[in-house]
Design a protein around this ligand. Structure first.
Ligand SMILES: *[C@@H]1O[C@H](CO)[C@@H](O)[C@H](O)[C@H]1NC(C)=O
Ligand SMILES: *[C@@H]1O[C@H](CO)[C@@H](O)[C@H](O)[C@H]1NC(C)=O
Ligand SMILES: *[C@@H]1O[C@H](CO)[C@@H](O)[C@H](O)[C@H]1NC(C)=O
Ligand SMILES: *[C@@H]1O[C@H](CO)[C@@H](O)[C@H](O)[C@H]1NC(C)=O
Ligand SMILES: *[C@@H]1O[C@H](CO)[C@@H](O)[C@H](O)[C@H]1NC(C)=O
Ligand SMILES: *[C@@H]1O[C@H](CO)[C@@H](O)[C@H](O)[C@H]1NC(C)=O
Ligand SMILES: *[C@@H]1O[C@H](CO)[C@@H](O)[C@H](O)[C@H]1NC(C)=O
Length: 761
């Protein structure tokens, strides 16, 4: 989701499970995999839908009732259906031996392009031979899909000049509202889960894959938009916009709709879209959507992405915008690539100047003040309307400011609660000429460049305190906001965004999540022209490109890079691609110091996973930690699912949980021991994907833990060769130190295959 509406959504999030129609709710009945091969005739697919109705009829008493209740049959890859049921019917169905799970159709939240320069795919507009862009033909012919708010097909990011014919393997199509071309090759919508939950009757605005929000166009173009010169936001950040795989084909699956009770994207619609996208032949699915992390079998994104990965499709998801709270990370299934968000080295600087000579660096994408002069300043708390509280006024909430006190002045508001752009709107409505938006303590140094409706600048927490204390101690405070200007090579970069959701992983503490971080702060990409950049009704501005911030924006950066790797190494599995991205990442910033968080404190793998992506290095990782579908089934056994369930989840009805399947031996590219009381041994397998070479193990022990690796040297003679090693971890004392971090690095001095080690003592 994008951050603008974050606080509002968090507020309503708790209302998710109390919809208006308590007697009947929409559910997903998940039956695991199909026994049939995926490419069936439509007659066979109708047969599957009929079988679902017959199955449901055995509980509801008649075919007619089953027919009325079912609104989706998942027929191709995912086996199951979505239906409106009574709670007790759902409970009965859940008991049937063919059923993996029955869960509520939950709502989820949605979570330029200098970033590629920052990641060295280009340097000042020049693409070098060593760039992954060059090596991978800019992602040519890879098909990248997103599950999001749809697409604005008129965007220059999706024109098809210079593209050859659509790859023959493509089986997808476009809804009539979107005239597809050789760049945008698919556009479909899925709304039945949303309509079942909200009870809205369907109408034209729900029957189109067109993007009325901007989020979907932004994420899809970040993954795979064309090179578009002269892209800017009201003149700022002017440059060439581009996706990570600029020559890839794109397909939009619209599953997110206007927020209703805080939820916008529903599990039933997402499952239907996953099933369709896998069948259509996409290579990468980008999902900038999430809810609370929970049981994998009751989670539409976990289930849909499992079926995708099983079919060789890589799934990339946002980690969520609920940081910096520990344990807030979502989309944690181990077959997903989970992406956190961090800054890049560009700022849109708008300086705040006070009459006492103090000057603070802030940011925005707003227009300049009408005159270059000192304006009167007022603390929004002091400008409260008669019927509002100081607290509300300080936050510049709706109807909290007194126009008489505010008129013609620059209002100083505090960040938090309502959307940042809404504060600007409230200040403007009350007659202010400008706004200084001061960070609260929690958001620290993270300042976001928004297209505010009035001249504005957002400043960090410490600077905000200085402004408030100037206001407190001065009779006639005055100040100025300089017009925003873009500045490059800012330091430190990257640093973690405060909003980026953090580990530990609350569902499976033995797997580190997120996996990786990528740019997600002030990202410029394509937008919709159906709404304004602030999404406020009163804002009549339109812009083809816009900045947004969120893990929703970092996720498609990784999807674009996956597209490049897929073009370059078509035979690599989704797990090999993820391993390459993770083990080649970096944990230092552009000062060569350890990456920091929004307070400029040292960050940890709970924020960035293995580190910040380095796409050029990911193209030749040397070695990968690979995983197969069987490994994922073993994983499910290891965390306690029984044979019966795992067999349904697998295609292979004869799959038997391996005796002693152990999470410590799950071949993940990071190593996590959530409870080290005694010595434990972790097993990993490395596959050579580079030239023959000899690798040596180096490691940094976590505080209070002794580490040994056996063997210490691995010699690979050919491509595809697999070698095993074991790492033993022992606590040095019985002291509880909480979480401690180290790292393991295999190197032949050309490749550095690095894994974070996370231990709880
Ligand atoms: C469709 O229905 C929704 C909810 O009932 C409503 O807000 C919207 O304005 C309608 N759109 C059209 C085009 O009728
Ligand atoms: C953006 O840059 C291009 C190329 O340098 C230039 O032609 C164009 O006028 C610029 N646009 C703006 C709004 O600055
Ligand atoms: C305060 O009064 C104004 C005008 O009477 C009204 O529009 C507004 O809703 C009130 N605000 C609050 C917070 O009650
Ligand atoms: C400014 O004054 C207000 C109210 O008098 C107080 O709550 C606040 O802490 C002061 N802020 C600073 C930075 O001095
Ligand atoms: C950052 O570090 C300082 C000093 O160690 C500490 O006081 C502060 O609470 C930390 N901030 C966060 C957000 O962890
Ligand atoms: C497997 O687990 C499911 C769900 O927890 C349970 O209903 C079932 O009885 C279990 N089966 C066996 C053979 O233990
Ligand atoms: C941690 O490990 C010990 C010993 O292996 C075990 O008794 C305990 O239940 C574990 N605690 C957790 C939270 O897993």
């Amino acid at each position: 989701m994008c951050l603008q509406s974050l606080s509002l959504l968090l507020l309503i999030f708790t209302l998710f499970f109390s919809p208006a129609f308590a007697h009947k709710k929409s559910y997903i009945v998940y039956l695991g995999s199909h026994a049939h091969p995926p490419h069936l005739s439509s007659a066979h697919l109708n047969g599957v839908a009929h079988a679902h109705r017959t199955f449901l009829a055995s509980f509801l008493g008649s075919h007619k009732r089953a027919n009325d209740a079912i609104f989706y049959s998942f027929k191709r890859h995912i086996n199951g259906f979505a239906a409106v049921l009574h709670e007790n019917e759902a409970a009965e169905i859940a008991k049937h031996p063919d059923v993996v799970s029955v869960f509520l159709n939950k709502g989820r939240k949605l979570h330029t392009t200098h970033s590629w320069n920052f990641m060295l795919l280009e340097k000042n507009g020049v693409v070098h031979k060593s760039s992954l862009w060059h090596k991978a033909g800019f992602g040519e012919d890879t098909i990248i899909a997103n599950l999001d708010t749809g697409v604005w097909p008129e965007s220059k990011s999706f024109t098809d000049e210079g593209y050859g014919s659509v790859p023959a393997r493509w089986k997808g199509s476009c809804h009539k509202d979107v005239s597809c071309n050789r760049k945008l090759i698919g556009a479909k919508y899925f709304n039945k889960g949303y309509l079942a939950y909200t009870g809205f009757p369907s109408n034209a605005s729900f029957e189109t894959p067109r993007d009325h929000d901007g989020h979907g166009s932004h994420t899809l173009s970040t993954a795979a938009g064309n090179f578009v010169p002269g892209a800017n936001v009201f003149g700022l950040g002017n440059g060439t916009a581009s996706g990570g795989s600029p020559n890839a084909r794109t397909a939009a699956y619209k599953v997110c709709w206007p927020p209703a009770n805080g939820a916008e994207c529903f599990d039933a619609d997402m499952l239907a879209a996953f099933d369709e996208a896998i069948g259509d032949g996409v290579d990468v699915i980008s999902v900038s959507v999430g809810g609370d992390a929970g049981d994998y079998m009751n989670d539409g994104i976990a289930i849909g992405s499992f079926h995708a990965v099983k079919n060789g499709v890589t799934v990339v998801c946002s980690a969520g915008n609920s940081g910096p709270k520990p344990g807030s990370v979502s989309n944690v299934a181990p077959w997903i690539i989970t992406v956190g968000a961090s800054s890049m080295d560009r700022e849109f600087q708008a300086f705040v100047e006070l009459k006492n000579g103090q000057r603070f660096k802030g940011t925005s994408l707003s227009k300049p003040l009408p005159e270059e002069k000192m304006y009167d300043l007022i603390n929004a708390g002091d400008a409260k309307a008669a019927n509002a509280s100081t607290k509300e006024a300080l936050l510049c909430k709706k109807d909290s400011l007194d126009p008489e006190k505010v008129k013609g002045k620059i209002v100083v508001c505090l960040r938090g609660d309502n959307a940042r752009v809404d504060k600007g709107q409230q200040a403007a409505t009350a007659g202010a000429v400008g706004m200084i938006l001061c960070n609260d303590k929690a958001s620290g140094n993270e300042i976001l460049s928004d297209a505010h409706v009035l001249p504005a600048s957002q400043i960090d927490y410490e600077d905000g305190e200085a402004v408030f204390s100037y206001l407190n101690s001065t009779k006639e405070p005055k100040g100025y906001i300089s017009p925003p200007a873009s500045k490059l090579n800012t330091k430190p970069a990257p640093f973690m965004a405060s909003f980026s959701s953090r580990g530990p992983n609350t569902v499976t503490p033995g797997i580190l999540k997120p996996d990786i971080t990528a740019p997600g702060v002030n990202v410029i990409a394509a937008f919709t022209e159906a709404t304004s950049p602030t999404d406020l009704d009163s804002d009549n501005r339109r812009t083809p490109y816009n900045t947004e911030s969120g893990t929703s924006m970092s996720c498609p950066h990784i999807s674009g890079i996956v597209g490049l790797l897929k073009t370059l190494h078509p035979q690599w599995s989704p797990a090999a691609i993820r391993s390459a991205i993770m083990t080649s990442s970096r944990t230092r910033d552009n000062r060569r110091k350890p990456m920091v968080d929004q307070s400029f404190n040292k960050s940890t793998p709970f924020s960035y996973g293995s580190g910040h992506v380095q796409p050029n290095k990911a193209s030749h990782p040397g070695l990968v930690y690979d995983l197969t579908t069987g490994d994922y089934l073993d994983f499910l056994c290891a965390i306690g699912y029984n044979n019966t369930i795992v067999q349904l989840f697998a295609e292979d009805r004869h799959y038997i949980c391996r005796q002693g399947a152990n999470l410590l031996d799950f071949n993940y590219p990071s190593i996590t021991v959530p409870n080290l009381t005694d010595s434990v041994t972790v097993t990993r397998k490395l596959k050579n994907v580079g030239p023959p070479s000899t690798y040596n193990a180096h490691f940094r022990e976590p505080l209070g833990v002794s580490v040994s690796v056996e063997p210490k040297q691995l010699k690979f003679n050919e491509i595809g060769e697999v070698k095993m090693f074991q790492m033993t971890l022992r606590p040095k004392s019985s002291k509880s130190l909480g979480y401690v971090f180290g790292e393991l690095k295999w190197t032949d001095s050309k490749h550095y295959v690095r894994s974070p080690i996370v231990v709880k003592l």
